[in-house]
Design a protein around this ligand. Structure first.
Ligand code: RB5
Length: 145
């Protein structure tokens, strides 16, 4: 069965989110697009961060992807949820480390600071990189204690 991945954006991330959803489908994942379904310049990032963070926090899905202009707002909201480790990522190297060392379970992309191709490259690396565990396991466990 293909992995379901929740995906959300605000108006600033809308165009990139559409590409991310297409790419996840192409790769064989089952993206769950929480919206927005159309571009609304007046929408607010918390309204889309919440359903994604909630799904990851409660174990409905293992991973989520969010995008807004800077990534910061989405990151703030998502990281308020227990067991969510949302990483604002701006390069494939950071994507790799966010998985290997931090076991990030929500990828947050700053759409206004990335090209579409950079966003897709980051997504690929993030999806394909495993958590290293070991000494990092202890550190990740301390986040929730
Ligand atoms: C929207 O203009 C912008 O503030 C938002 O996408 C995000 O960058 C907030 O953190």
């Amino acid at each position: 069965m293909s992995e379901r991945i929740y995906v959300g954006a605000d108006h600033a991330g809308f165009a990139l989110k559409e590409k991310l959803v297409d790419e996840l489908k192409r790769l064989g994942y089952e993206p769950v697009d929480v919206g927005p379904k159309t571009l609304d310049p007046a929408d607010d990032f918390p309204d889309y961060a919440r359903p994604v963070a909630e799904a990851v926090s409660t174990g409905v899905v293992r991973r989520g992807v969010l995008t807004c202009g800077t990534g910061l707002g989405m990151g703030y909201v998502a990281n308020r949820y227990p067991h969510v480790r949302a990483a604002v990522v701006w390069s494939p190297e950071i994507a790799e480390l966010s998985r290997k060392h931090n076991d990030a379970n929500v990828l947050v992309l700053p759409s206004r600071f990335l090209s579409e191709q950079e966003g897709l490259d980051i997504l690929h690396t993030w999806l394909d990189t495993r958590f290293e565990g070991g000494r990092h396991q202890r550190r990740v466990e301390k986040i929730d204690t």
